[in-house]
Design a binder for this molecule. Structure first.
Ligand SMILES: Nc1nc2c(ncn2[C@@H]2O[C@H](COP(=O)(O)OP(=O)(O)OP(=O)(O)O)[C@@H](O)[C@H]2O)c(=O)[nH]1
Ligand SMILES: [Mg+2]
Length: 364
């Protein structure tokens, strides 16, 4: 695996862990990029930079002795942007030129004069300012003025001098095949492009801030949530009792078991509401449902029939009281513990995400 691939795995891990807690779309967008590629065109004076820019993106930069390039000019065609620049005549000035534009480029397009391949001044400027893993394409110009038998030796010399930077060396000159230069339009490795790296870094810093904010925010208090959930449930239970009692009094319900079944129906609805409340507070909720009433009590049914409404209401009351106690206990069990566990999981997810984002920022 290349260094870039390892680095991407670190960034992807950070995104994966952080995405559980905070939005990470900006980082994904920065990695995907804007589809464009920007190259800084460098080389010594009169190497053929402006001519190559004109040929590649249809620009109209002045060429030749009368058209010495004196400032950096961005020339674009579709997604490809080439920054034509003044020739490097002095290593310090050349280094300044590269440094000044580093954050805005994906790589260097070095126009090497085939008649004088790679002067010391050019090489020193690049050595001073360009990171060794910066994508580098070297186009060797003026090969049309060189005996074809010498082309390989020149191209080889260029490659050898730049070998530490893993350059792509492309033969140039009048009538040179333009096809190999199609690679300039291809997206570059995000972790080798200073432009993309800067975008990824700044979006990831936003994620680090959001995680920091989250870790300082006071999270929900499990005991408070459990109490709130239980009191909501109990309030619903009281309403349900009143509703069922009214139906007993109206003789719509005749038996205690029927009353308890009706009550159970209410409780299922109440439990759903409470779960929705917990989900809204925590993002998730314990799976718990009130148990159905006991199996039919035939002796009790007969008693209800003889005892009438009073008997059913008493039975309902006893059942509902037992339910209240069970519900309070159940809520303590089903809410406090899982809520605490959820919060604990969230805290450790937050720590893991913050560590992963820090690790990613260290390599950017
Ligand atoms: N024969 C030949 N002439 C070339 C080639 N590339 C450039 N030239 C000529 O060399 C001269 C200088 O080319 P430019 O493209 O202006 O060079 P430059 O690197 O932009 O020069 P500065 O802006 O002064 O640094 C022009 O007359 C070009 O037509 C080439 O591959 N073969
Ligand atoms: Mg020029």
């Amino acid at each position: 695996m290349s260094r870039g691939a390892d680095g991407m795995a670190v960034v992807e891990r950070a995104i994966g862990l952080a995405s559980e807690l905070v939005p990470v779309d900006a980082v994904r967008d920065a990695i995907a990029g804007d589809g464009g590629v920007v190259w800084l065109v460098i080389g010594r004076r009169s190497a053929g930079k402006s001519r190559l820019v004109n040929r590649l993106v249809g620009a109209e930069q002045e060429e030749g002795l009368g058209g010495v390039t004196s400032e950096v000019v961005a020339c674009s065609d579709g997604g490809l942007t080439l920054l034509d620049s003044p020739g490097i005549e002095d290593d310090l000035a050349g280094a300044d030129l590269i440094e000044e534009h580093l954050g805005a480029i994906d790589g260097l397009l070095w126009v090497v004069d085939g008649l004088q391949p790679l002067t010391r001044v050019e090489r020193d400027a690049v050595e001073r300012a360009a990171p060794v893993d910066l994508p580098l394409v070297a186009v060797v110009s003026r090969l049309d003025l060189v005996d074809p038998g010498e082309h390989d030796a020149i191209l080889h010399r260029v490659f050898r001098l730049l070998a530490a930077r893993s350059p792509v060396v492309v033969p140039g000159g009048r009538d040179a095949d333009p096809a190999p230069l199609a690679l300039l339009r291809k997206p570059v490795d995000p972790l080798r492009s200073p432009r993309k790296k800067a975008a990824i870094r700044s979006s990831l810093e936003g994620v680090a801030q959001a995680l920091l904010h989250l870790s300082h925010a006071s999270g929900p208090d499990p005991a408070g949530l459990a109490t709130e959930a239980a009191s909501r449930f109990e309030a619903r239970l009281r309403e349900a009792q009143e509703d069922v009692a009214a139906r007993v009094r109206d003789h719509h319900i005749l038996f205690r078991d029927e009353a308890l079944q009706a009550l159970h129906g209410h409780l299922l609805g109440a439990a759903d509401d409470v779960r929705a409340f917990l989900r809204a507070e925590l993002g998730e909720a314990p799976t718990w449902k009130p148990a159905p009433p006991d199996t039919l009590d035939l002796a009790g049914q007969a008693k209800d029939l003889f005892g009438g409404t009073r008997q059913v209401l008493d039975g309902l009351q006893t059942g509902a009281d037992a339910w209240s106690v069970a519900a309070a206990l159940a809520f303590e069990a089903v809410t406090t513990l899982p809520v605490s566990r959820m919060l604990l999981q969230r805290a450790s997810a937050l720590t893991a995400a913050r560590e992963a984002v820090d690790a990613a920022l260290r390599i950017l």
